[in-house]
Design a protein around this ligand. Structure first.
Ligand code: BG6
Length: 503
């Protein structure tokens, strides 16, 4: 990285004793410190409901980091030794004003007026905290200092609540101060989609409905719902993954080239394509979606409790743990090209991938030869995680005297070329928050466009009240998900991870 160091600032983390802070935010700041991008002019001020003082937060973080046991602990410890001196904590109730007076006092003492407020708290506190920050004058950007807010997902639970939250936030602060996170945008492979498309003529020149047959986006997870029953039963796979993470991937794949690489140019193109997603009627929504729920079973040798038997999940829950959708982006470029999306828990493998399948060659040049079957179509497979990389599936002549073809894969793996293993995915997001680059954050219109496209599914499922189809742990979802794509004469791509293991 030859990026410039971040300006002096205070990172105020609401929810400082929570999981996100210790697992991702603090390790990411440590990595930024190690690479010299964050200096000793960054203070961390934790805020939380748990009683305690600066020493309590520091010792919790000490214990967590000590338990990580990663191989480069000495370098990490050195960065943490200097950072931990600048960590402090305020305990109190987010509903009360005292906390905000105290934050004000601490910021007045800070070496710089720059502050980023990170809301690592449950979503019911988002509006409240932002209102309080604004009402206490803490969002005022005076004397050239910045005041920014970073908001974790979920951003709303449907279109109306997302619109209401945006209205509440934008009634108090300017859009340029709001950094709505989607942690998928911090992933190197996701950021690489734009480079792969717009830096390579041989990819972008074919990127339209003349040459592309369909696109598949899969985010499969092996984890079950575990201890997240309360959150997940109220949320479900669609809300948890589709209008945010999977739509970010879809937007990167489907957007038009931006006029420049500035935040507004890119976000405008992403919002445009998300708002072109076809808004289905109730009947279309029912026909273009499949919901699944995992039963009891085993996965990788461990036993899995059925979702409906999970702690804090209603035994008669109708919440889905898997969803598959067929969508269209109604633009000139993508007319008639279906986008198949699927995501779920307790599936065969952890694998997030995008597969762009090209059309068949128009003419069977080889018909007098051994090549009797259909040539398999070319595919571009973007492996988002794990085993990050990109491959192209093409046909070549199989060696020998007769003319026959064989499909092969031209393969690039990040790990073969670069050292990306130690990153949490939050480094670029935090860095951009400090330097004021909103490219990797969602704008209000993009979020609302995403919710608008999924709202018909939420409505039809609520109205029909059917049970989701069952699937066994360790499978790729219910059989109905296969039918969704097979009735169009297509197949789901076999997960990239499995193919790599098989090599
Ligand atoms: C979160 C969802 O936003 O993303 C989780 O709430 C999901 O349910 C997670 O497991 C997936 O993220 P990643 O980076 O592990 O693929």
């Amino acid at each position: 990285m030859d990026a410039a160091p971040t300006p002096p600032a205070t990172l105020v983390i609401f929810g400082a004793t929570g999981d996100l802070t210790r697992r991702l935010l603090v390790p990411a700041i440590i990595n930024l410190t190690r690479s010299g991008l964050v200096g000793d002019d960054l203070d961390i001020l934790g805020v939380g409901i748990e009683p305690g003082d600066d020493a309590m937060l520091v010792s919790r973080l000490d214990n967590f980091l000590a338990g990580l046991g990663d191989p480069d602990a000495p370098e990490r410890d050195e960065a943490w030794r200097s950072l931990r001196e600048r960590v402090s904590y305020i305990s109190g109730d987010f509903n009360k004003d005292d906390i905000f007076h105290e934050i004000e006092r601490r910021l007045l003492r800070a070496p710089s007026g720059n502050a980023a407020f990170y809301l690592a708290v449950p979503p019911q506190f988002f509006g409240l905290i932002i209102e309080k920050l604004a009402d206490h004058g803490l969002m005022r950007e005076s004397d050239g200092a910045f005041r920014r807010i970073a908001i974790e997902k979920p951003f709303g639970t449907d279109l109306a609540s997302a619109q209401a939250l945006n209205a509440c936030i934008l009634g108090k602060v300017h859009e340029s101060q709001v950094y709505r996170l989607d942690h998928f945008l911090g992933k190197e492979t996701v950021q690489n989609i734009l480079t792969a498309r717009f830096a390579n003529m041989m990819i972008e020149a074919l990127w339209n409905n003349n040459y592309i047959d369909h696109v598949q986006i899969t985010a499969a997870e092996t984890v079950d719902v575990g201890s997240r029953g309360k959150f997940y039963d109220a949320t479900g796979a669609l809300r948890d993954m589709i209008p945010n993470h999977l739509f970010q991937l879809l937007a990167m794949i489907a957007m038009e080239p931006p006029n420049g690489f500035g935040a507004e140019a890119i976000r405008t193109e992403k919002s445009k394509v998300l708002s072109a997603l076809r808004i289905y009627t109730a009947e279309e929504a029912a026909n273009h979606s499949v919901r699944g729920v995992y039963t009891a079973g085993t996965l990788d040798g461990s036993s899995i409790t059925a979702f409906r038997q999970t702690k804090d999940v209603a035994p008669d829950s109708k919440t889905e743990t898997f969803v598959a959708l067929k969508l269209y982006a109604d633009t000139w470029r993508w007319a008639g090209v279906p986008f198949y999306l699927r995501t779920g828990k307790a599936m065969t493998a952890r694998d997030t991938e995008i597969v762009v399948t090209f059309r068949q060659v128009p003419f069977a040049q080889f018909r007098e030869t051994e090549v009797k079957r259909h040539l398999p179509p070319n595919k571009l497979v973007i492996q988002v995680q794990p085993d990050e990389g990109l491959s192209m599936e093409i046909s070549i002549k199989s060696p020998g005297l007769s003319v026959d073809t064989v499909p092969v894969s031209l393969d690039f793996r990040y790990a073969d070329k670069f050292d990306i293993g130690k990153m949490t995915g939050y480094e670029s997001l935090l860095y951009d928050l400090f330097i004021g680059d909103q490219t990797l954050f969602q704008r209000a219109d993009g979020i609302e466009a995403g919710w608008a496209a999924v709202q018909p599914f939420l409505d039809v499922w609520a109205r029909e009240g059917d049970d989701p189809d069952s699937y066994a742990p360790g499978t790729m979802g219910p059989a109905s998900a296969d039918l969704l794509i097979e009735r169009d004469g297509r197949l789901w791509h076999e997960l990239g991870v499995l193919l790599h293991k098989a090599k």
